[in-house]
Design a protein around this ligand. Structure first.
Ligand code: PMP
Length: 397
């Protein structure tokens, strides 16, 4: 039966992880995978999560099936986080939100729904993008293309080229946009640039799909969510996927959501019925625990305040590591202007290193980044940063 089955290509980042685990170098540093680790290199268990779990454990509940679209209070909590508590589209009942298996699940539910809605549409993702965007939309049956995004020479967004590509896209094309903390480059659009993107999307009849996997990791919860307000103000219908993997450090619990902004409450009800159909035929209904934790934190004022503080701490620690990396590289003799590292947002930095340099980092120093030059700044800490900076400086010479 399986004689003709080919070996599927390894996931480039998870493959890197395996290589890292096998490396005997005592100084090895994993800058590959997109996971936030704390000052001691450990995956944090947020105090607000621990407290919510204590609260939940005190009133143990039987584990029935959840509704297809998840816990109602969770979906509501996601909506007010993403759209703002007093959002007019929420009041008008124009937004549907379904619990999903992480941000990936939100994207996939949206992709499957869009495929049913408009089977001949194309999908455009940024060049480069999170490596799963292409595979995910292709596996939903779409032809996936790119719009330019990264300008290596300018160390920023190739904005004119991006707009040009959007301007050429056919009506109905799904445009996947990183709401904040672009993965992998770290370069985000300015509010004015978002305004221009929205104008083109509107003029061309494109379908915006915002992937918000890092809300709160850039500038703050509201600041990172401001792009959603811009889309709402435009009156467009659009998709937003949410992930709490990073912002709650709940990676393995698979907590995320998909929200769809519709034209009317009546339309929203029909869209919801179709999203439920997609979920029902994929995994029937989502798991309970992670969503209960997030709901408890977001709807308990003291826990929510604690979460915002813990998220701010993660954000600030990453920012301080960006600044420290620039300083140390300079101290180790790198003469080029590296301030771009501190302009980038979120967990990642497109370092500008070549695949050969990344390979040398791996082979000679046990420092594992992605061969595109992407490094996870959230994995740097005061214990490993000098080693990393020294190694980077040596291979940049
Ligand atoms: N979108 C982007 C841009 C991401 O970086 C990630 C996570 N690496 C996801 C979606 C998926 O998040 P999750 O782990 O919650 O499925």
């Amino acid at each position: 039966l399986f004689a003709s089955v080919d070996m599927a290509p390894r996931d480039p980042i998870l493959g890197l992880n395996e290589q890292f685990q096998a490396d005997p170098n005592p100084n090895k540093v994993n800058l590959g995978v997109g996971v936030y680790t704390d000052e001691n290199g450990k995956l944090p268990l947020l105090a607000c999560v621990k407290e919510a779990e204590n609260v939940l454990a005190e009133i143990p509940k039987p584990r029935g099936y959840l509704p297809i679209d998840g816990i109602a209070a969770y979906d509501k909590a996601v909506q007010s986080l993403v759209f703002g508590a007093d959002s007019e589209v929420l009041r008008a009942g124009r937004v549907v939100t379904v619990q999903a298996l992480g941000g990936t699940g939100g994207l996939k539910v949206g992709a499957d729904f869009l495929k049913r809605l408009n089977p001949s549409a194309r999908v455009l993702i940024s060049d480069p993008s999170w490596e799963n965007h292409r595979a995910l939309f292709e596996s939903a049956g779409f032809d996936v293309g790119n719009y330019p995004y990264y300008d290596a020479a300018a160390r920023g967004v190739a904005f004119e080229a991006m707009l040009g590509a959007l301007n050429q896209a056919q009506a109905g094309t799904v445009i996947v946009l990183h709401a904040c903390c672009h993965n992998p480059t770290g370069y985000d659009l300015t509010p004015a640039q978002w305004g221009q993107v929205i104008a083109v999307v509107q003029a061309r009849g494109l379908v915006p799909f915002l992937d918000m996997a890092y809300q709160g990791f850039g500038e703050g919860i509201a600041e990172d969510g401001a792009v959603i307000q811009q889309f709402v103000a435009s009156g467009l219908d659009f998709f937003v996927s949410t992930s709490f993997s990073k912002s709650f450090s709940l990676y393995g619990e698979r907590v995320g959501a998909l929200s769809v902004v519709c034209e009317s409450k009546e339309e929203a009800a029909r869209v919801l019925s179709q999203l439920k159909r997609v979920i029902r035929t994929n995994y029937s209904n989502p798991p309970t625990h992670g969503a209960q934790v997030v709901t408890t934190v977001l709807s308990t004022p003291a826990l929510r305040a604690q979460w915002e503080q813990e998220l701010a701490n993660m954000r600030e620690r990453i920012r301080s590591m960006r600044a420290a990396l620039v300083d140390r590289l300079k101290a180790h003799g790198v003469a080029t202007d590296l301030r771009f590292i501190t302009r980038q947002k979120g967990m990642f930095s497109y370092s500008g290193l070549t695949p050969q340099q990344m390979e040398r980092l791996r082979a000679e120093y046990g420092i594992y980044g992605v061969s595109t030059g992407r490094i996870c700044v959230a994995a740097l800490n005061t214990h490993n940063i000098d080693y990393v900076a020294k190694a980077m400086a040596a291979i940049m010479r």
